[in-house]
Ligand binder design. Structure first.
Ligand SMILES: [Fe+2]
Length: 436
């Protein structure tokens, strides 16, 4: 907070309290082999092991399954998880969870697997109409009534941070929107994080997930301060997206410094294990941080960039359908957004750029927009990220549609440090169309 000590000045009639939900984490080489003992310690006896077909064929799932069995637990594998899950795929997973009468869950995979496991645990434990728990205004946004069954999450990408958050994201097919469920009870009970799972990831996957981490950290760090939000009527109603706060700042700053040092190395050299290990740690730190503060406009704009994809198919991803991977759909908006938000908290934008490796000596508040956007563009170019929203297949004619989808993400828009109107959003997409 050194450069931004005025960010949390108390405001009359606004929130004066922030809360911290800390994840339990086991991090390092060999972490997955401990799954059985941890599951037993959490009281599990019959375990649902969630993964997807691709990850299921890698050694990590076998490692976890063997560890669970060695601890004397009964294990049933569910590998039908859909990459980019939908309400339908959540419901299919829920049927498996209900029929299996499990007393614990373990997920091994990326964000899609961990998110699906969270949802299956929720709907099997507290059955309800599907939209009851879904974020308002799309769903009813009802709070989760009690604790879920224990869930151990084992991430295999260095990106989503889902293992540390109480959020699950999916496509609601009937409305063609991406939305989610956000509640602290969804947060996995424990995260087992093995950095070696990233060693075999293709370059583009590391780039996309690395920029997802970067944006988690930079958005959390520059989010509207919690002291500017209306106070929660009671503690249980305090939102997960409570805004920037001193605790989240610590994780964001460290994550940004790690990204500045290791992101380009981790993307461009799969044999640089030090860089990939550090990326996994940065993802963990950023996940813990944004889980307690929330992201804002780049993530809000990403929903429609991913959702309206026509024919974009990046290297390193399955070729069966077009996809703008989550991290890519976020970062293509980021330079345009941070250029716009810089005036709301310029010191934070300059400090963020400095953590990411920018030379900021002599930079004044007036330079903040330029300094941060330039550094982001430099990192995007160094890791072969597409050139803006235009680089993933959109043009001027798509701006109204993109804006409509992003405008629906009010939970994220209101976490922005600078108020965002619908017209602003249109201009942000225009500004993001091409950077170089
Ligand atoms: Fe993200």
């Amino acid at each position: 907070m050194s450069c931004c000590h005025n960010y949390y000045v108390q405001t009359e009639g606004k929130e004066s309290v922030f809360s911290v939900d800390i994840s339990s984490i086991v991090f390092g080489h060999g972490a997955l082999k401990e799954a059985g003992e941890h599951a037993k310690g959490l009281g599990m006896s019959r375990v649902a092991l969630f993964t997807d077909k691709k990850i299921g064929s890698l050694p990590y799932v076998a490692q976890v399954r063997d560890s669970l069995k060695a601890a004397g637990l009964d294990v049933a594998i569910y590998d039908e998880v859909k990459v980019e899950p939908t309400d339908q795929s959540f419901l299919a997973a829920t049927r498996f969870a209900v029929e299996g009468k499990f007393d614990g869950y373990v997920s091994v995979g990326g964000g899609s697997v961990i998110d699906t496991c969270k949802a299956a645990n929720l709907y099997a434990t507290y059955p309800a109409d599907f939209l009851d728990y879904v974020n308002a205004p799309i769903g009813a946004g009802k709070p989760i009534p009690g604790p879920l069954k224990p869930h151990i999450a084992c991430p295999t990408t260095c990106g989503t941070g889902s293992e540390c958050t109480g959020m699950t994201i999916f496509d609601l097919l009937s409305m063609q929107v991406k939305t989610g469920i956000a509640h602290r009870r969804l947060k996995p009970t424990l995260a087992l994080i093995e950095p070696a799972t990233t060693y075999t990831l293709p370059k583009n996957v590391v780039a996309a997930s690395g920029f997802d981490v970067l944006s988690h950290a930079l958005e959390s760090y520059t989010a509207r301060p919690y002291t500017k939000r209306a106070p929660a009527a009671k503690p249980s109603l305090r939102p997960l997206s409570q805004g920037a706060n001193p605790w989240s700042d610590m994780g964001c700053e460290t994550a940004l410094k790690l990204l500045g040092k290791y992101l380009v190395r981790a993307v461009n050299d799969a044999s640089d294990h030090e860089a990939r290990d550090q990326m996994m740690y940065a993802a963990t730190l950023a996940g813990i941080a944004f889980g307690n503060s929330g992201v804002h406009v780049p993530h809000g704009m990403a929903y429609s960039v991913a959702g309206m994809v026509r024919d974009f198919q990046p290297e390193g991803y399955p070729k069966d359908e077009p996809i703008v991977p989550h991290g890519m759909s976020v970062i293509v908006n980021a330079p345009s957004v941070f250029r716009f938000t810089a005036c709301a908290c310029p010191e934070r934008h300059i400090h963020g750029a400095s953590c990411l490796g920018a030379e900021v000596n002599g930079a004044t508040n007036d330079d903040a927009a330029e300094v941060i956007s330039k550094q982001l563009i430099k990192l995007m170019q160094a890791t072969a990220i597409p050139n803006g929203v235009g680089g993933v297949g959109y043009g001027e004619a798509d701006v109204p549609g993109l804006t409509k989808g992003a405008w629906a993400q009010q939970r994220l828009m209101t976490n922005s440090p600078r108020e965002v109107s619908k017209d602003d959003l249109e201009n942000l997409y225009r500004g993001a169309m091409r950077y170089w």
